[in-house]
Design a protein around this ligand. Structure first.
Ligand SMILES: *Cc1c(COP(=O)(O)O)cnc(C)c1O
Length: 454
């Protein structure tokens, strides 16, 4: 075999073009072979097809058609979030333009840990993060791999700003928050009840009053868009309480943050600008391929805690001579320019275009909720706040609810999530596909109806 071609350099585009044709053909063939939102047959049959397609993982001699064969197998065995009946998780169908931009990131391969690996990408990141931070009245934001890393960084910055910080979060908070407290060696978090799905204000006030006397300081983490139900904590009231108690506030808006783009819905995020740190996640309501997380930081001095020197990346004399120092922008070293696809998306769609996508998926959720309510065979949890609808077959046991979800997965017909709320199991439809039509929603309910064991 001759030396394989590279993705960048003068020969890069010419080498990539036929390979892209191969990839696109394999995506089409694999998707057609699947013929639905998920491969049929369950984990064992999917695993067998992948094993058969892959064969020897590291053969002595390479094979020419590996790109086609492996991509096809991946596509055939994929859960495709662009299928209207794939609606379990905050797993969005990426925009074609964002995915195309991501290809350029892979081809050029800038690494965001020093200016001499990413001269333009570092400026692009500075411009876009600043603009997004300004959407919520802050000056700066870090790029992360998603909500989990953003929440970790928020806790880290709080710990560095206030030694001995203790986290207070709602029972509705994302699991990554208590996990971050564990990772950072913080005391066990205080969990505030959320009986109606959002943080209980009286209980928060009580907890803040009670803990005030203790040593150390407090960090309240609220949620704008819960993962299970898409509910938004009462942000202005929580911000008032934090102010009254002199407590730092983090808001996890990994899901709900996308509402910022919508004139119609952004009022639901009132209070977001009062947080010290805010988690955003554009691989949810932002239609980006993973990863596209952000942590917005109100006080840029908080970021001093991440300052770090490594002579080969940001020597003092290089920095003094004007080379931007990027190492303090992340805990990672090598780092993809995930901001590229975000920049391209913002500029291609504009605020109006992104807002329209948000409005569409929220409208679909209302339509699904209406269908559920109008159907005597189903029960609705609550009218949707974001784009999540929780419902269950009326009179079904939790076991039957769990079983219908797994049957639909096994047959590859629909991908629905599950949520345990009010001590009952619900089916969860997280609608993130702006191409979904009302007829798809009716079909989804029909499938559930037809597959519920009685
Ligand atoms: C999805 C989610 C996260 C985690 O984000 P990842 O991108 O999966 O790391 C955190 N918080 C909330 C509220 C989420 O919905």
């Amino acid at each position: 075999m001759s030396t394989p071609p590279l993705a960048s350099g003068p020969e890069g585009p010419g080498a990539l073009r036929p390979l892209l044709d191969t990839v696109l053909d394999a995506l089409r063939e694999g998707g057609e072979a699947r013929g639905g939102p998920l491969p049929a047959g369950g984990p064992e049959s999917v695993a067998r097809r992948v094993r058969d397609a892959l064969g020897d993982v590291l053969p002595e001699q390479g094979t020419e058609d590996a790109l086609r064969v492996v991509v096809r197998a991946l596509a055939e065995g994929a859960a495709d979030p662009a299928d209207p009946l794939c609606a379990a998780h905050l797993h969005c169908p990426p925009l074609a333009v964002a995915t195309a931009a991501d290809l350029a990131a892979s081809a050029l391969n800038p690494s965001m840990d020093s200016w001499d690996q990413a001269p333009a990408a570092s400026e692009l990141e500075a411009l876009v993060t600043r603009a997004l931070a300004q959407e919520i009245g802050a000056d700066d934001a870090l790029v992360t791999t998603g909500g989990t890393e953003s929440n970790q960084l928020a806790l880290l910055l709080a710990r560095e700003a206030h030694a001995g910080v203790r986290l207070i979060h709602g029972a509705n908070a994302h699991h990554s928050l208590p996990r971050a407290a564990w990772l950072l060696g913080l005391p066990d978090p205080v969990v505030v009840p959320a009986p109606a799905g959002t943080m209980d204000l009286a209980a928060l006030d009580e907890a803040l009053t009670e803990l005030q006397g203790l040593r150390g300081s407090l960090l309240v983490a609220a949620t704008a868009g819960t993962t299970d139900a898409g509910l938004i904590d009462p942000l202005p009231d929580i911000a008032d309480l934090c102010e009254a108690h002199g407590t730092r506030l983090h808001i996890d808006a990994a899901y709900g943050g996308g509402l910022l783009f919508s004139d119609h819905h952004r009022g639901k995020l009132d209070g977001l600008d009062r947080a010290h740190t805010v988690t955003l996640d554009l691989h949810k309501l932002g239609w980006q391929p993973v990863a596209a997380g952000l942590l917005v930081v109100k006080d840029p001095h908080d970021l001093d805690a991440l300052g770090h020197r490594a002579d080969y990346l940001n020597a003092d004399d290089d920095t003094e001579a004007g080379l931007p120092d990027l190492l303090g922008r992340s805990l990672r070293t090598s780092r993809r320019p995930d901001i590229l696809k975000v920049a391209v998306t913002l500029k291609t769609l504009g605020r109006a275009g992104l807002g329209a996508l948000v409005d569409q998926v929220c409208a679909r959720a209302v339509e699904l909720a209406d269908l559920v309510e109008a159907h005597p065979g189903f029960e609705l949890y609550d009218p949707p706040t974001l784009s999540t609808v929780l419902f269950r077959p009326a009179e079904a046991s939790d076991e039957a609810v769990a079983a219908v979800r797994r049957t639909l997965l096994h047959e590859g017909r629909a991908v629905l999530g599950r949520a345990l709320l009010d001590d009952r199991l619900w089916l969860k439809a997280t609608l993130l596909n702006p191409h979904t039509r009302p007829g798809d929603l009716a079909a989804l309910l029909k499938l559930v109806e037809g597959h519920t064991p009685r």
